[in-house]
Design a protein around this ligand. Structure first.
Ligand SMILES: C[S@@+](CC[C@H](N)C(=O)[O-])C[C@H]1O[C@@H](n2cnc3c(N)ncnc32)[C@H](O)[C@@H]1O
Length: 473
């Protein structure tokens, strides 16, 4: 009875649309700060544990609420100045205000807590997070949106000289059609900022409008920049709504003439209403249609729309952990489920007898075959299709399986098929601690999770990659 009364009081004490002074005591998975007035969880974005904040309640449920930060009343002692001018507004790096060592601690804890609470695997050892060597300028791919509506930063609100009908940059969360006009992005290698500035100036004076996500009019849609670390070369991919060779050719010539590092300028053309940058038509405006990157000793051709891990150096650390857990002798049959563009099979090719990769996206399978050929690798075979349809038809029983599913994790039929095939060892790579924990629990009847090592590919975000080693019981 007493408990009921207290619960009721707790629910009543926080009210929607009212603002409160709240102390942030922790970070929740998803990156938000957590306050617990009277034990009632309130999640607030862009806060650091130790901050005292004034926040307005925007959503109220039975057992939790969400608030919007209005003001920081007292800054936490672990607040970091952050490098980026936009980091309190942009959707990109919400954890930039938290010291990197603390980010790693929180990421490790989120993995361990997900395993314990979602997967009921509380005794699984979770190693220290393998950090990213670079915490700025680490992203090898950035996509900036062009918009006919510019979101104004607080210091721009009073400036009458600012053009409001064009911006090129990143979205503010919650405003799908407006972008912050980003002048510098700190997580992209610096030359990208110079290219971004040149493209901005060109578009401003082009006489062609930026795309409007509400009316679906306008020409300029996205600027995608890709950087290959190994060769220090760049691809510029200009995404437009329709074809206008005069406009894009002039821009391509200007950029290629100015920056010798640009080896490819592409034009993807799409009038699709969804915000995708993959063109219905693709034209190479300058140089090659790909740039070349390396992972360890292996070379990869990356075209405008191929999937490639976005932090090249951290990807090498991730795959090194995969090799370490796989501990191959050269004699094994390996099966890599969800093999993308074949990077893991190619990485492991020198360590195993034969590797099969299974992947649903046809262009990724084509890239995988091409990349294997490029490296003169003949012990990798790539199969196209949905894993749950391909696995039952396989004659080979693998010694080891590598499983690297998308964020949603494995389909439960695939889990059953893996258990039926019953390889001695599984190395599970995951970009989502919640689905990792769920899937490991489903595999728990047959496999013991020996340990998990998180690898940080995305500094200043709450995202974390993990590698788990599972042995047949
Ligand atoms: C996280 S990525 C892994 C990529 C690769 N291992 C890497 O490190 O670059 C997941 C991949 O699974 C593929 N995929 C998603 N659902 C699938 C399915 N049902 N069957 C086969 N592949 C699928 C996606 O297209 C994507 O390439």
């Amino acid at each position: 009875m007493i408990i009921k009364k207290i619960k009721k009081y707790k629910n009543m004490s926080i009210q929607k649309r009212k603002a409160y002074e709240l102390e942030i005591i922790d970070l929740a998975y998803g990156g938000k700060g957590l306050a617990k007035p009277d034990g009632f969880p309130v999640f607030i974005d862009r806060c650091v544990p130790g901050d005292l904040v004034f926040a307005k309640i925007t959503k109220k449920k039975k057992s939790w609420a969400e608030g919007k930060l209005i003001k920081i009343l007292k800054e936490s002692s672990i607040r970091n100045p952050g490098k980026c001018h936009y980091c309190d507004y942009c959707g990109g790096c919400k954890w930039q205000r938290i010291d990197y060592d603390r980010q790693l601690e929180y990421k490790k804890r989120h993995v361990a807590e997900s395993l314990a609470h979602i997967g009921k695997l509380k005794d699984t050892p979770v190693q220290a997070v393998v950090p990213s060597d670079a915490i700025y300028e680490y992203r090898n791919k950035m996509e900036f949106s062009c918009s006919s509506k510019r979101w104004l930063m607080p210091d721009e609100l009073e400036d009458e000289t600012i053009i409001k009908d064009f911006g090129i940059g990143l979205h503010v969360p919650g405003t799908f059609d407006k972008v912050i006009d980003i002048k510098r992005c700190e997580i992209m290698p610096d030359l990208g900022n110079l290219i971004l500035e040149d493209v901005r100036e060109f578009i401003k004076h082009s006489g062609l409008a930026a795309y409007d996500l509400k009316t679906h009019q306008g020409f300029w849609r996205f600027l995608m920049l890709r950087h290959a670390v190994a060769t220090d070369t760049w691809m510029v991919n200009i995404v437009t709504r329709n074809k206008n060779m005069d406009a894009v050719d002039t821009l391509a010539r200007q950029l290629a003439g100015k920056y010798s590092q640009i080896k490819s300028v592409m034009n993807n053309i799409t009038d699709a209403r969804s915000g995708v940058s993959v063109g219905k038509e693709e034209i190479c405006l300058y140089g090659s249609d790909h740039i070349q990157e390396k992972l360890g000793p292996y070379v990869f051709n990356i075209s405008a729309n191929s999937f490639f891990q976005t932090n090249t150096k951290a990807c090498e650390k991730l795959y090194a952990k995969v090799s370490d857990y796989a501990a191959l002798t050269g004699e094994e049959i390996v099966m890599d489920l969800y093999s993308g563009t074949g990077t893991i099979p190619i990485w492991l090719s020198g360590q195993a007898k034969k590797i099969y990769g299974i992947e649903i996206v046809s262009s990724a399978v084509a890239d995988a075959k091409m990349n294997a050929g490029l490296n003169n690798i003949d012990n990798c075979e790539f199969l196209e299709g949905d894993i749950k349809d391909v696995l039952p038809g396989l004659k080979q029983i693998p010694d080891i399986m590598i499983i690297d599913p998308p964020r949603v994790g494995m389909h439960k039929d695939v889990v059953a098929q893996v258990i039926a095939l019953c390889p001695e060892k599984i190395v599970y790579v995951s970009c989502n601690p919640a689905t990792l924990a769920r899937d490991l629990e489903m595999l728990d009847s047959t496999y013991k999770v020996m340990e998990v090592t998180p690898v940080d590919m995305f500094p200043h975000t709450y995202h974390i990659e993990s590698v788990a080693l599972l042995l047949k019981k």
